[in-house]
Design a protein around this ligand. Structure first.
Ligand code: OAD
Length: 264
């Protein structure tokens, strides 16, 4: 797929939406956090967890079978994310949010890096690894309020005493319906959609770019490799890492609209 002239075409599309104050929607996956050092979902599990399959851990059944192990796996991932910084791609998207008057960011990621980079409004389809709720009633739980010395892990909900779990979507679970409908609404109104860092294989999230395309939006994909979406819904494919490409697009855009390049 010819990607040489695509950068200029993508820049023209962004500029057009900027001047018309049109709807810009960005849809991200694990690839946008790769340059922050977080392995993507399809990367091999490393180290301590190399012999475990995420599909066995990130499920209600897996949690019920071995609550402590699943809790510790999320603790391991949380600590890993805690030590990472947003990369230029996250920062560029936070700047896009301030530049474009009608902007929506939808992410499949649970790592909170968009928010750490300064994005204010993030539709998190799969939850957030730094938020907790209880297993039986979805009571929101703040770990600060729990007894840190409790021996037993996972902790118990202070309201209903059921196990505390991460507030993330496990395999086989429904996505948060309000967030999901807001994401599909935004996609249906999009004039331009940037799709960055996703393999486009997990539903229902992977249908969001198709919704934008069917509504007549131009879909621009940013990824070092083609994804399941590329042949069907992508109009422009920008091949490469999103950290570099998104920051290059931001810089070029600012030059074209004559604004200083500044971080959020
Ligand atoms: P995947 O791991 O399936 O795909 C990551 C994508 O990022 C691939 O297409 C890579 O080519 C691309 N990629 C790698 N490095 C990149 C870089 N530097 N810049 C841009 N792209 C890069 O991750 P997702 O598509 O996000 O769901 O997976 C979607 C969902 O599958 C996850 O949210 C998770 C998983 O099941 C749940 O946990 C419910």
């Amino acid at each position: 797929m010819n990607t040489t002239g695509n950068f200029e075409q993508a820049l023209d599309a962004l500029l057009d939406v900027y001047h018309r104050q049109g709807n810009l929607v960005v849809f991200t996956g694990a690839g946008v956090s790769k340059e922050s050092g977080i392995p993507t979902f399809r990367d091999a599990q490393t180290g301590l967890w190399a012999n475990y399959n995420p599909e066995d851990l990130a499920t209600r059944e897996g949690f019920l079978k071995n609550p402590r192990m699943v809790w510790e796996w999320y603790d391991f991932r949380r600590n890993k994310v805690w030590d990472t910084q947003p990369n230029p791609g996250h920062t560029a998207l936070a700047n896009f949010e301030t530049l474009f008057s009608n902007f929506t960011l939808i992410t499949q990621n649970i790592d909170n890096l968009h928010q750490s980079a300064g994005s204010q409004q993030v539709l998190e389809l799969h939850g957030n690894i730094f938020r907790y709720k209880c297993l039986d009633k979805n009571h929101p739980v703040s770990l600060d309020l729990l007894d840190g010395n409790a021996e037993e892990l996972p902790p118990h909900c202070p309201v209903c005493n059921s196990y505390v779990r991460p507030d993330v979507v496990w395999f086989g679970e429904m996505l948060p319906d309000i967030i999901l409908s807001r994401a599909f609404d935004a996609a249906a109104k999009a004039e331009l959609m940037l799709v960055a860092g996703t393999s486009g294989v997990v539903q229902p999230a992977a249908s969001i770019p198709a919704t934008a395309s069917e509504a007549g939006a131009t879909v621009i994909e940013i990824n070092p490799d083609m994804s399941a979406l590329t042949p069907f819904v992508v109009n422009l494919f920008l091949q490469g890492p999103s950290g570099r490409i998104l920051s290059d697009l931001l810089e070029a855009l600012r030059v074209r609209i004559k604004q200083p390049v500044s971080d959020v």
